[in-house]
Design a binder for this molecule. Structure first.
Ligand code: FES
Length: 161
């Protein structure tokens, strides 16, 4: 009668090998599936880094709304740039810039904000959020991935070309 031990051992080895490759295939399939489900941002869409235009497209003392990016480019009188999220910090309405009155006025509950986005009339609890601005090869780039909350206006928020 033959000894069953070597045969059992070989069978166990094959089982383990198949289990290993099966687990590896399952992990790889799960990774592909998760990657497939990730939202993809097209260049220039809200949530990505957006090229707002050339520095010279924005005259000093101007406010320009880029609706696809959901932000304003505010160029201050001294040439500095701010990028202000157009979402009201009260309950999230889109806040238009009133060129005549030179301020942001929320249509929902009348919060008002100055050119730098500071609250001049509540109920908004804090200034309008910012997006990170950088100047790259003469273009104004705005990173809309993460709004930057703030409690005040500081000159360090301003980016100069
Ligand atoms: S949502 Fe803007 S004031 Fe209420």
């Amino acid at each position: 009668m033959p000894d069953p031990t070597p045969s059992t051992s070989r069978r166990d080895f094959l089982k383990l090998t198949w289990a290993f490759f099966g687990a590896a295939a399952a992990v790889e399939t799960a990774g592909i599936f998760i990657t497939y489900l990730q939202p993809r941002l097209a260049e220039g869409e809200f949530g990505s880094i957006i090229n707002a235009g050339l520095v010279d497209d924005f005259p000093p003392n101007s406010v320009t709304h880029l609706t696809n990016g959901r932000f304003y480019i505010v160029r201050l009188a001294d040439g500095g740039f701010l990028s202000i999220y157009h979402r009201c910090t009260h309950l999230g309405c889109t806040v238009p810039w009133d060129e005549t009155q030179q301020k942001f006025i929320c249509p929902c509950h009348s919060s008002e904000f100055d050119r730098q986005g500071l609250v001049t009339n509540p109920p908004a609890p804090r200034p309008l959020d910012l997006f990170k601005v950088s100047i790259v090869d003469g273009s104004v780039m705005v990173d809309t991935a993460v709004p930057i909350q703030r409690q005040s206006y500081e000159t360090a928020q301003v980016i100069y070309p």
